[in-house]
Ligand binder design. Structure first.
Ligand code: ADP
Length: 494
């Protein structure tokens, strides 16, 4: 298809050049005779006048035959193509040098003569040719006066060579041949240059088209190998096209990958949800069944024990479902946030207070490091509390007894930063990028309590606050989660 483009361009170019050259040559052929006529008339401008001042041709309205004959003879010798006519004041021919019989008019139009004699004439001026009723020719003319009275005109028809055809004309004129040659040579050069240029341009377009084709064949998966000279330097439109196409293809590849990723993660999610719901449900059913079947044979303590376990499983199920529901509400656009200014310092104190007992139970030291200066933030207090709870819960869960958990608050320029650190067993580097994913748990078997949803919920909440959660961890040393919120003073200006 791009072969056709270059052909089209070249054919168009040649068509245009052909048209142009035809017009050029046509113009030359049309204008050359006019030019020659003009030249002829210019060269013989004063001819008639000279004759008139030399000889008295008309005296008292009578033709001076003797003078006239000598004029005729003189001119015949110099240029046989020149014809002399004597005309009276009405345009009637009184005498002429041409042989009798060839003159077809007995009077001529005086208007061209008057134009010729006037000051503002434009050469060539054409007048009647007495030998032909149709034709006009260039001439020279002069008034004939006797005692200042107008007697008539001397009308000299300047015969030129007449050409029957263009070829005739070309053959007889070296200049014209030179001209035509020059036009043909320059057309050939222009045509060749155009051919090379179009080839060059279409070649680049072809390369581009080839890249696009390749991209299509790779099922929009593989980046296109566009030539390196598109890099960095924004050149002409074709370069721009290449750059834009390259960017576009990269974008498409990215989006296709994203779509594929979304698809897999959705499938995984469904699988995970069903698995995670089925496990506690099966256990719950198992214990209830045992109770129902063996009820009478069991001791009170055993019954209590079984009921307790069944309750724990149902509790886990409840937690899972409510967290799942919470996450999906947060992920849906329907999540409505209630922004309000509140003291982050107080919130941290309150939440850590709530976990003191649990921490002590695990022999963990839970402490807060809060500057005296109050730290007001603008956020949804309920959701931020949820983030704190999730992070502190995790810290307690994943820190062995005897460890420490610290919650600290710091003022930034326009933000308030909160961090939760522990001295727990940390998170392996390979797992770090994934811990915020739904259902992702570093050690699936170690802790039956975890749902793998806590961090996903926390991350989503921070996202809704246009912020994020950072994590830093060293295995067997500890983990720090931190997030930032805008200061209330700042957001009051919004
Ligand atoms: P879970 O309910 O399993 O705690 P989370 O989404 O809260 O789910 O956390 C995901 C995983 O990240 C956890 O299973 C755990 O392996 C790891 N993790 C989270 N917080 C910590 C922490 N403070 N120390 C070590 N590992 C952690």
């Amino acid at each position: 298809m791009f072969k056709r483009l270059s052909n089209k361009l070249i054919i168009t170019l040649f068509g245009l050049l052909l048209l142009l050259s035809t017009a050029f040559i046509g113009f030359a052929v049309w204008s050359t005779p006019m030019f020659l006529q003009e030249l002829n008339q210019k060269l013989n401008l004063g001819l008639a006048k000279n004759i008139v001042t030399e000889k008295e041709l008309l005296v008292n309205h009578h033709v001076n035959q003797e003078a006239l004959q000598s004029v005729f003879m003189g001119l015949m010798v110099v240029n046989p193509l020149i014809e002399v006519y004597l005309v009276d004041t009405d345009g009637k021919l009184l005498a002429y040098s041409a042989p009798p019989g060839v003159v077809k008019r007995d009077r001529i139009d005086l208007a061209p003569i008057k134009t010729f004699l006037s000051a503002d004439r434009h050469l060539p001026v054409l007048g009647n040719d007495p030998r032909d009723v149709q034709r006009n020719k260039v001439f020279s003319a002069a008034e004939i006066r006797d005692n200042h009275k107008l007697q008539g005109y001397l009308y000299v028809v300047l015969g030129g060579q007449a050409y029957d055809s263009v070829v005739d004309m070309l053959q007889s004129s070296y200049m014209l041949r030179l001209w035509t040659g020059a036009i043909i040579v320059s057309l050939l050069i222009a045509g060749f240059a155009g051919f090379v240029l179009f080839r060059h341009i279409t070649k680049r377009v072809q390369t581009l088209a080839h890249s696009m084709e390749q991209f299509k064949h790779s099922d929009f998966q593989q980046s296109v190998g566009l030539p390196a000279r598109f890099d960095g330097r924004p050149g002409d439109e074709i370069d721009q096209l290449g750059i834009t196409f390259r960017e576009m293809s990269e974008r498409i590849i990215q989006q296709v990958k994203q779509l594929q990723h979304n698809d897999t993660s959705r499938r995984e999610l469904v699988a995970n949800v069903s698995h995670d719901l089925r496990t506690p449900l099966a256990s719950l059913q198992g214990y209830l069944e045992t109770l129902a079947l063996k009820g009478p044979q069991l001791s009170e303590d055993e019954k209590k024990h079984y009921i307790n376990i069944a309750y724990q499983h149902s509790e886990r199920l409840r937690k899972l479902i409510s967290e799942l529901f919470e996450l999906s509400t947060l992920e849906n656009q329907g999540a409505r946030l209630h922004f309000e200014p509140f003291s982050m310092s107080e919130l941290i104190q309150d939440v850590s207070q709530k976990f003191q007992l649990e921490a002590q139970g695990k022999n963990l030291q839970l402490s807060t490091h809060i500057p005296a200066q109050p730290a007001f933030v603008s956020a949804d207090i309920g959701l931020i509390q949820r983030v704190l709870e999730n992070l502190i819960e995790n810290a307690i869960k994943y820190t062995p007894p005897g460890g420490q958990i610290g919650i600290s608050l710091m003022h930034g320029q326009h933000t308030v930063a909160t961090s939760i650190s522990d001295t727990g067993h940390g998170i392996p580097e390979a797992d770090l990028p994934h811990i915020f994913e739904r259902f992702y748990r570093v050690d699936k078997h170690r802790d039956e309590d975890g749902t793998g949803l806590g961090l996903a919920i926390a991350k989503r909440i921070m996202q809704l606050h246009n912020s994020s959660i950072d994590v830093a961890s060293r295995p067997n040393a500890g983990t720090t989660f931190s997030f930032q919120l805008p200061s209330a003073e700042l957001s009051a200006h919004h």
